[in-house]
Design a protein around this ligand. Structure first.
Ligand SMILES: Nc1ncnc2c1ncn2[C@@H]1O[C@H](COP(=O)(O)OP(=O)(O)OP(=O)(O)O)[C@@H](O)[C@H]1O
Length: 686
């Protein structure tokens, strides 16, 4: 073990020295300075990768039946001299049997060993014998490492499960499929684990995707914080973690819309409406006259439309296409001028400059020919179109025409123009009812809302073109939460359509617009996605799962049932009069924290109740989590406060309750309010 750490330390100090050297090296020009920056950045990443892997560097070993062995770790390490693997990266093909071998398919393994390290010391060893041979004195066959991992205390931060990834999870993580992989599974089945280990695998196994970057999208910053340590501990610091708002680059605090409004704004009709409204700013149909000097040049509707279509086909984005449109428009004007002026030139050569304000000699090439000693002006078809075009591009009249036909736009203004104008809403959202459109209508000074963020992003892509930053692979957790508009913003950032999407539609929040994966993904990839199901819960005990079974049948009748590997205490319910609610929660939390010191406790309540619980000091003993933000989180013990209040707080509140009830790894207590509040003892009844 120590030799492994010595090699790691050597690699680290080499990388640090190299970086220091690179930073000190003189750079004689901008190119060299750029190279130096790049090299330093690469080395900084390598240092981060090596540092991240230090904790629990090695966690496994496989002994093959032919007597050879391999150690499995967070990263691969080789000896310098002969490049022999001292430690095999868990993602390497050679490590596969560590995850996949079973007694039925031992994959030429005799033994699989799990090691647990604290600092650099091995604190536990656990072996499985796979070839049917009897244990020898060298084998330590004991309680499974998975059981140990699952019963460990929660810390409020998710940990990598790289040592105990289960075969059904590993199959998804290691899949060679580069397109869209979807993972559906009940609470605690390891969807987040799979998603994050998949991100690490992609970085290792798909170099092109790794080069283009990996993005992990989560529902809120509380969740991103919860998972933030997993990838660095797998030696991967090069992943972008973001919420949709961060992706859109909306820095200002956003307000919340009423749910019905938010759901409407999440529908893809809004994308069509914004595109429709934009089209109204792109050379709307009809003839158009351009004033050039004193001349009015007339363009037919077809000529304007041809310039518009050519501009739209040339480059995505309204503003970038404006330049192209200008050029096509100038061509059309020049053609029209040639047409108009053909006759004119022959009739009134001398007065032409006066009429048009332009030097026709130059345009006809007459001045050039004169200089060359040629005879007087040639026929009109010899008009020097290049010179005409060059002048037209600088012409104020043409500028005015472009401004009228193709104004430069700001994305927010497009959204604003749609949402503040009842006529625009009616014209561009014909499928909505008048009531629905009234829900979308906002005042000009109203702040942006969360549900406006994907609209702003849509408008930005329509107006300025596709996002500059795209990724080679995108991972989305809690993907059931995404609205159609949010899916659009994510897919936009993944041109290769290489994605890992995990979620559970039984846990969908009130704003989610799709009911299943087909509906969510159909518009983007049709049926081209691979769906996997996870059916074993690694968090929630069998008792807790059973206690929510009826609720699950109500909210998701078709959902496959999840089984748990673990059993524990039966969930408890405390009933209290409404004025004793907070006191009861406080007492319960105090009791739990005294009985189970060091455990992580969570109190999940309706969002509106957070202030009161915080004011009563419950936050000193437990994390207070508003039900709307509980998705994906977990605790050793959970107290769910006033379930009826949670279900009534938002549409689809039963799904919020289902999420709240499935957050505990060990203990669940629900505090209900007696209805109607009975007079008498305030002490809780058990
Ligand atoms: N193979 C594994 N080894 C050890 N722990 C695991 C394994 N798989 C999952 N877990 C643990 O089980 C718990 C639940 O996992 P995770 O959060 O990934 O589930 P989920 O399906 O995303 O849950 P939810 O639907 O509630 O968001 C976590 O503590 C995770 O670390």
């Amino acid at each position: 073990m120590s030799s492994l750490y010595e090699v790691l330390a050597e690699r680290l100090s080499e990388a640090r020295e190299n970086r220091a050297r690179v930073l000190k090296a003189p750079a004689d020009n901008a190119g060299e300075a750029y190279e130096r920056e790049n090299a330093a950045e690469r080395l900084a990443k390598e240092i981060g990768r090596l540092e991240g892997a230090e904790n629990g560097l090695v966690f496994g070993r496989i002994d093959r039946t032919d007597g050879t062995t391999l150690r499995i770790g967070r990263i691969g390490l080789h000896t310098e001299e002969d490049d022999l693997p001292l430690l095999v990266d868990w993602r390497a093909h050679a490590a596969r049997p560590f995850y996949e071998a079973t007694p039925v398919h031992p994959m030429a393994l005799r033994r699989r060993r799990h090691l647990r390290l604290e600092e650099r010391t091995v604190v536990s060893v656990s072996d499985e014998l796979l070839d049917g041979t009897a244990p020898t004195g060298e084998d330590v066959v004991g309680d499974g490492p998975l059981t140990e991992a699952l019963s460990a205390r929660r810390t409020g931060r998710m940990h990598a499960a790289v040592a105990t990834l289960q075969a059904e999870q590993d199959e998804i993580v290691r899949s060679a499929h580069r397109g869209v992989t979807v993972v559906q599974g009940g609470p605690g089945t390891g969807k987040t684990v799979v998603a994050l280990h998949r991100a690490a695998y992609v970085l290792y196994a798909f170099p092109r995707a790794a080069e283009e970057g990996v993005l992990v999208v989560g529902p809120n910053s509380r969740f991103l914080d919860y998972i933030s340590q997993v990838l660095p501990s797998l030696g991967e610091n090069d992943v972008v973690l973001a919420t949709c708002r961060e992706l859109a680059g909306v820095a200002a605090d956003t307000a919340a819309d009423p749910f019905e409004t938010a759901r409407l704004k999440g529908g893809s009709d809004l994308a069509d409406a914004l595109a429709g409204l934009l089209r109204a700013h792109q050379a709307p149909a009809g003839d158009f006259s351009v004033r050039v000097g004193r001349q009015l040049v007339h363009l037919s509707g077809e000529e304007v439309a041809a310039a518009r279509d050519a501009a739209l086909a040339a480059v995505p984005g309204h503003n970038p296409a404006r330049q192209v449109f200008t050029e096509f428009l100038v061509d059309a004007v020049a053609d029209a001028m040639r047409r108009d002026m053909g006759d004119l030139l022959e009739q009134i050569d001398a007065d032409s400059a006066l009429m048009t304000g332009m030097d026709l000699d130059r345009f006809t090439g007459a001045d050039r020919r004169r200089a060359e000693g040629a005879a007087e002006p040639g026929p009109a078809h010899e008009l020097d179109l290049d010179a005409v075009r060059a002048d037209l591009l600088d012409d104020a009249g043409v500028d005015r025409a472009v401004e009228a036909l193709w104004p430069r736009l700001v994305p927010g203004d497009l959204v604003q123009a749609l949402l503040t104008d009842p006529d625009a809403l009616a014209e561009h959202l014909p499928r909505l009812t008048a009531h629905e459109r009234s829900l979308l209508l906002r005042g000009p000074a109203a702040p942006w809302t969360d549900a406006d963020v994907p609209l702003l992003d849509e408008a930005a892509s329509l107006v300025d073109g596709p996002p500059e930053r795209t990724y080679g692979h995108v991972v989305v957790d809690e993907a059931q939460e995404l609205t159609a508009m949010q899916w659009r913003m994510i897919v936009r950032r993944c041109p290769a359509r290489a994605m890992t999407l995990v979620g559970d539609f039984a846990q969908a929040g009130p704003v989610a617009t799709a009911r299943d994966w087909k509906e969510a993904l159909g518009p983007h990839v049709g049926p081209r996605f691979r769906l996997h199901h996870l059916t074993v819960s690694y968090r929630t005990t069998q008792e807790i799962l059973e206690s929510v079974r009826d609720l699950l049948t109500r909210i998701a009748p078709d959902q496959r049932h999840t089984r748990s590997l673990r059993s524990g205490e039966s969930p408890r319910t405390l009933a209290t009069p409404s004025d004793g609610l907070v006191t009861t929660v406080l007492q319960e939390i105090r009791t739990q924290s005294t009985a189970h010191p060091g455990e992580l406790l969570g109190v999940v309540c309706a969002d509106t109740r957070v202030g009161e619980l915080t004011a009563r000091g419950i936050g000193d003993h437990a994390r207070i989590v508003p039900a709307s933000e509980a998705r994906g989180l977990e605790f050793d013990g959970v107290v769910v406060v006033h379930p009826e209040e949670i279900t009534a707080a938002r549409p689809g509140g039963e799904r919020d309750l289902y999420v709240a009830l499935t957050r505990a790894t060990k203990r669940l207590c629900t505090v209900t309010v007696q209805q109607p509040a009975a007079p008498g003892p305030t002490a809780p009844t058990r």
